[in-house]
Design a protein around this ligand. Sequence first.
Ligand SMILES: C[S@@+](CC[C@H](N)C(=O)[O-])C[C@H]1O[C@@H](n2cnc3c(N)ncnc32)[C@H](O)[C@@H]1O
Length: 210
Amino acid sequence: MNSHIKKIYSFYASIYDILFGKIFEHGRHTALKMMDIKPNDIILEVGVGTGLSLPLYPKGTNIIGIDLSAEMLLKAKAKKMKHTLNNVHLSTMDASLMAFRNNTFHKVIASHVITVVPDPLHTLNEIKRVCKKDGDIFILNYAGIDNQFVSQFEKIISPLRDKLGLGKHFDLEILLKQAHLTIINKHHVNIFNACQLIQCKNDTSSENIQ
Ligand SMILES: C[S@@+](CC[C@H](N)C(=O)[O-])C[C@H]1O[C@@H](n2cnc3c(N)ncnc32)[C@H](O)[C@@H]1O
């Protein structure tokens, strides 16, 4: 499955910014505001892609970006060079099996990634593992347009979207519950408010209750 994603994103790499740069711009800016980054924060961006968000981070903050696709990362590396982002470190890595220690990051963001990975719950648990206890996890994703006809159509084309590496249709809130993540902040972003930006606390105490 990962080889399929790698293949697809090696194709998208050269056209990704043209296709998704402008239309997801509002979501990226809102996410950065919601993240409320402090100078000593260590941030992980999972599935950083072509690095569209990299120039938005405060220059003094440590940002680690990982992605499965070497071609997408090449584009991110070009942005790092262009904007002299010495605070940004990029690595090829699978979000479902990260080479970071437990409790490493103050804040982790996954933007348009959770619906793309083959096992979203497993990836969320891996994100929780590397995020500090009481750290913050931000998920930004296409959530669908609030219209019965459109949403029916989206369900029908979901397998095709999945094949094209553009994410499958599922209920993010159910998934977050399964991962024992509690939503503490939520915004609708981007055109038609079609995307959802969610902030969760990495509060492991809730796992003990259930
Ligand atoms: C839709 S793009 C989003 C890129 C960027 N986060 C953004 O918002 O523009 C999905 C990205 O997730 C990456 N990806 C997919 N599966 C992954 C995995 N298991 N581990 C790391 N990255 C992955 C893809 O290579 C791609 O760059």
